[in-house]
Design a protein around this ligand. Structure first.
Ligand code: F0G
Length: 455
């Protein structure tokens, strides 16, 4: 049989509430046309993010009962430490409450003002944490990584020639090189093992450590297995171990491939850096054996990291995104290609070619998906990245995308079929979709809280 089924069955369910279009119109109006302000119970299919929103397995729930809540030296810490040392090959590990805390603690401990950090693409919190410390965050992804329609197996690769030029030009300002797997900002696109290996060698040649942002390391490993010659028959865990073998450290948001609802960590090869990290960690996150998490969270993560590397699961996971992509292709809706690991990014400008940027087409499409079918995605366009200048004019983002990000092990194929139908219907009715204007906005990160009105 051709159908790739969900490699699990459902043991515990959470009902979702059906709403009518008329109800959704009222609810969206009350949310000031901003889906972030909706109550989650009024959303039918919540694809706002894949972060911390997934379903845990019965083994994880079982492990939760074994959580050791001791302040110092909890059994749960040592259990997780063993799992992480085995996967990463690195000795020094501390938990944090989520990914951005790991970033903040590491950067505060080992970087200084005036530094420059290269990456394929920094995720927004990574960039913000660096910039807050007066550090420049440079995105050096390959050119294909910025072209939505260009097909390339590893659009998350970093441009090594540009990294080399940077190392030669201002090497003394670079505390380490980073890479994000998969590249979320660029569409959930993977990085090849060859690129990781060569980047690591280049950094080593210049005496620089290599730090990976590994939120979605298992999905990246599965792409390597499926697309990179020589890895077809290598087990996922061995691919993961090879990826980590090139790094000197990593920051992780366990809310993604850790398969948990909260958590993160820092792992390092260097004891000296870990000593510096622990000093900051104790001030902000907690004692190094819990780092802002409960013992039960550490237990759930120890199980989740292993489950996230299961090949059946990963094959189904990547296929899910690809499947929705195929349905969109058939409906004539453009999206970032090929589909990434955790999400599909619809190109709103192809659905709403006539809508001016000042009416925010991706935001408008996001609202239309909610009105038509109760689906919540997130705008990655000019509301998120544009700016209102002092003279009242606006800058616009280079792309108008709607990201549909899939919580892990949560939605079944019929949910995806339904979503594909809703998107196709929205496209058919594109001429009736209304743009918006922003009526109230904060100074920073306006998409989270801004208020809008129809134009
Ligand atoms: N790095 C990457 C690549 C991420 O995608 C995220 C979070 C973080 C770091 C920060 O981790 O949320 O645990 O503090 N991404 C989520 C998203 C929020 O929706 O893409 P966190």
């Amino acid at each position: 049989p051709k159908t790739l089924i969900e490699p699990f069955r459902i043991k515990s369910i959470e009902p979702i509430r059906m709403t009518s279009r008329a109800e959704r119109e009222q609810l969206l109006q009350a949310a000031k046309l901003n889906v972030f302000k909706l109550h989650a119970q009024d959303v039918l299919i919540d694809w706002l993010t894949d972060s911390g929103t997934g379903a845990m397995s019965s083994r994880q729930w079982g492990a939760i009962m074994e959580g050791d809540e001791s302040y110092a030296g909890a059994r749960s810490f040592y259990r997780l430490e063993k799992v992480i040392q085995n996967i990463t090959g690195m000795q020094f590990f501390v938990p944090t409450h989520q990914g951005r805390a790991a970033e903040k603690v590491l950067f505060t401990a080992v970087c200084k003002k005036g530094d420059v950090v290269p990456n394929n693409c920094h995720f927004d919190t990574t960039r913000a944490n660096l910039e807050y410390l007066g550090i420049e965050a440079l995105d050096l992804v390959i050119a294909e990584g910025l072209q939505p329609a260009t097909i390339h197996p590893f659009k998350g690769n970093i441009d090594l020639a540009r990294v080399e030029a940077l190392l030669k030009e201002c090497g003394e300002q670079i505390p380490f090189g980073m890479i994000t797997v998969t590249n979320n900002t660029g569409g959930g696109q993977p990085v090849s093992m060859a690129n990781i290996r060569a980047y690591a060698a280049l950094l080593k040649q210049h005496g620089k450590p290599f730090i990976m942002d590994v939120c979605r390391f298992s999905e990246n490993a599965m792409f390597i297995k499926m697309r990179e010659p020589g890895y077809e028959n290598i087990p996922i865990k061995a691919i993961v171990q090879e990826m980590f073998s090139y790094a000197d450290g990593a920051t992780m948001s366990a809310k993604k491939d850790g398969m948990v609802n909260i958590g993160g960590f820092i792992v390092l090869k260097s004891e000296e850096w870990m000593d510096a990290v622990r000093n900051v960690l104790i001030m902000t996150e907690g004692f190094p054996t819990y780092g802002g998490l409960a013992g039960r969270d550490l237990e759930a993560l120890a199980v989740g990291l292993e489950e996230g590397m299961q090949e059946d699961y990963l094959r189904y996971r990547l296929r899910t995104a690809e499947y929705l992509g195929e349905r969109l292709e058939a409906a004539g809706v453009s999206f970032v290609k090929p589909t990434g690991g955790h999400a599909v990014y619809i190109d709103a400008r192809t659905v709403l070619p006539d809508m001016p940027l000042k009416h925010y087409p991706a935001w408008a499409l996001c609202n239309a998906l909610y009105l038509e079918g109760g689906i919540r995605g997130v705008e990655i366009g000019s509301v998120m990245f544009g700016k209102r200048l002092a003279d009242g004019t606006e800058t616009y983002h280079s792309m108008e995308l709607v990201r549909l990000a899939f919580p892990r092990r949560m939605y079944t194929q019929s949910h995806f079929d339904y979503a594909a139908e809703v998107i196709a219907e929205v496209k058919e009715k594109a001429s009736t979709i209304r743009g918006v204007k922003i009526t109230k906005q904060p100074q920073f990160l306006r998409h989270f809280t801004c208020e809008c009105a129809w134009v």
